[in-house]
Design a protein around this ligand. Sequence first.
Ligand code: DO4
Ligand code: MG
Length: 299
Amino acid sequence: MRIIRYLEDSQEIVAAVTDDHIVYPLPFRDLMEVVREAKHRQISTVSYIQTLISGKQGIHKEIGELNLLAPIVAPEVWASGVTYEKSREARNYETVEKAAGQETCYDRVYNAERPELFLKSTAARTIGPNAPVYLRSDSNWQIPEPELGLVITREGEIVGYTIGNDMSCRDIEGENPLYLPQAKIWKHSCAIGPAIRLAETVEDPYNLQIICRIYRNDQLVVEESANTRQLRRRYDELVSFLLRDNEVFDGTVLLTGTSIVPPNQFTLEDGDRIEIEVPGIGVLSNPVKSPVKQTIANK
Ligand code: DO4
Ligand code: MG
């Protein structure tokens, strides 16, 4: 079972979607309200939703036919770094810190007990399906980072899984790792969606396929895939480090790192379209817009 949000007649609707693609609008403003109410009734979220939708008609629709919004207004999106070998290799390729035979900060963090965690985005900077991700005007080497996202409660319980795009500037981070916040955070630099699959309905979250496709002029120019079984850490471990002496809020999303990096010569361009698919969750599709186009569009 998945949870989506969509816009209909200017109304934001939260809905449950069954595996046979029936959409059931729910009388709640967001998933976290449903989770809290289920807890209060001491039943699982899925059981509670089943009681809500039982006997209801539902709408037979592919979610792509709806005007989808981000599946949750995440107060914060955090991200994990260098949790896959592929990410370590890419970071070592781009960094000026790499001296022959010497360990980099990326090698060290990949092997360390403490993971790399960073604040990726806030609600205002995060977009949902089909909205444009923006490029930075001061970078010439930009890529999407397709990642599995954990949707957590303020206690750190993983209630669902979504897809995230941790847009990144390889040249800015490569010049100096201390530039990480600028390489990672700007307006529309994070997309999540299209749905949240409830954790109870995921058989094995360490066996999810992630596929990334990038289209330029409607031609497929990048297609790569990975599997969460390649992750070096456990999800609970990432969440527990995030919660250490920290306050997180209901509906926080924690991205778990990327194992897909486009070829080193690739950089995103205005007009590209990024698709990130996780079977069972859906396809997160976003067009790419340059700063020049954003300025014109905002006028
Ligand atoms: O160290 C930089 C960030 C790495 C990252 O975002 C990732 O591995 O996904
Ligand atoms: Mg990342």
